[in-house]
Write a protein that binds this ligand. Structure first.
Ligand code: DAH
Length: 358
């Protein structure tokens, strides 16, 4: 028996050396290991007849032979399978499609990067805000008709007691909550922090009941606020002019147009020269520019912070003054030279045909 096992191992070793494909490997496996008639299986059946004193030795040898055969077969199977993988490592890979940031995010980051070196620090406040900060402290008390200009989403609830910061002047005790209709809402919140001077930017979501080619119900605005001693209109104009040249290009100019906002006095609207007709209002063929009104596009609201707003924030308007400005981020982005986004809703439609153009 011992001799037979040794011989079997030798024969198997010789045979497996000639096996070059998986089919032959299977045949060989069956020849030696098949349950019914495998050579090793048959040989091991004879183990019953082995003399008692030899059985331990023969048993061990039989197991070793079996493991040897199984391992050799597995090794060969693995190597034959590896050879089967037909892979050309020199073929260039397929690139998965890669997206880009949302246009509003791109614009927000750019605006932030332009204002930051001027010392504007970005602040964050909740989107759900008290009516108190959105209107009341901005010089629009109670039923003031100016509130109608912001098509505000109010939270559907009766006025409740407000949890305002300790040092808040609390002009009223109870209030309603709303979704921030503009980023100016945080002016007095920032003043209440009690740290002067202030030079901050708030770039956040705003919500209004409006949807048409130039409005979406959720959009973003930038609000800039500077409060210090001896701040005047030239600081306001210089800041916006600097921003416009960086964001839109050196060839774009601004003008301030008198306007009215409750929270600034004096107030302005800021126009920038049109990038399509270069501020002339006329296209090369002599026709009127389709982008603008006589060479100007409306960009922003701005002004010197109203004394009542400073007072609501606990700041003495006889000592401090400030300026504020604000504009829609999506609208501002759409006014960049060369972009011809004529419907702001496209920015939120998630249509790849639109998105892939940027
Ligand atoms: N908050 C105004 C709006 O939503 C924009 C604005 C106007 C912001 C004048 C200002 C400002 O800071 O001074 O239309």
């Amino acid at each position: 028996m011992k001799q037979k096992l040794i011989q079997l191992k030798e024969e198997f070793t010789a045979e497996i050396a000639d096996v070059k494909d998986l089919k032959k490997l299977e045949t060989l496996e069956n020849k030696y290991l098949s349950r019914k008639s495998g050579l090793l299986t048959n040989l091991m059946k004879g183990i019953k007849e082995v003399a008692k004193e030899e059985i331990a030795e023969i048993g061990t040898l039989a197991n070793e032979t079996k493991n040897y055969i199984i391992n050799k077969l597995e090794e060969l199977r693995a190597s034959l399978n590896r050879d089967l993988i037909d892979f050309d490592f020199t073929v260039p890979g397929k690139k998965p499609p890669v997206g880009h940031l949302h246009l509003a995010t791109i614009a927000i980051r750019e605006i932030e990067s332009i204002l930051e070196p001027l010392g504007f620090i970005r602040v964050r406040h909740p989107d759900v805000e008290w009516d108190y900060y959105a209107f009341e402290t901005l010089n629009m008390p109670g039923d003031h008709p100016a509130r109608d200009d912001w098509e505000t989403f109010f939270i559907d609830e009766a006025p409740i007691k407000m949890n305002l910061p300790e040092n808040s002047l609390k002009l009223v005790k109870e209030g309603r909550r709303l979704l921030t209709p503009h980023t100016s809402s945080i002016q007095v919140r920032e003043m209440e922090k009690g740290i002067l001077p202030i030079r901050m930017m708030n770039i956040s979501k705003c919500y209004r009941r409006q949807i048409d080619i130039s409005h979406v119900p959720m959009f973003h605005q930038l609000e800039g606020l500077v409060i210090d001693k001896d701040i005047n209109i030239t600081h306001l104009k210089g800041t916006i002019d600097y921003f416009v040249k960086k964001f839109f290009g050196e060839n774009r100019t601004i003008r301030l147009r008198p306007h009215h906002f409750q929270f600034t006095e004096p107030s302005f609207e800021v126009d920038i020269s049109c990038g399509l007709c270069q501020g002339t209002g006329k296209l090369e063929d002599g026709s009127s520019c389709r982008m603008c009104k006589e060479g100007w596009l409306e960009l922003a609201g701005a002004g010197m912070v109203h004394p009542n707003v400073l007072k609501a924030g606990g700041i003495d308007p006889n000592v401090y003054s400030g300026f504020a400005f604000g504009w829609g981020v999506e609208r501002c982005f759409s006014m960049k030279s060369g972009l011809n986004i004529d419907d702001l809703r496209l920015m939120y439609k998630n249509d790849l045909r639109f998105n892939e153009q940027f």
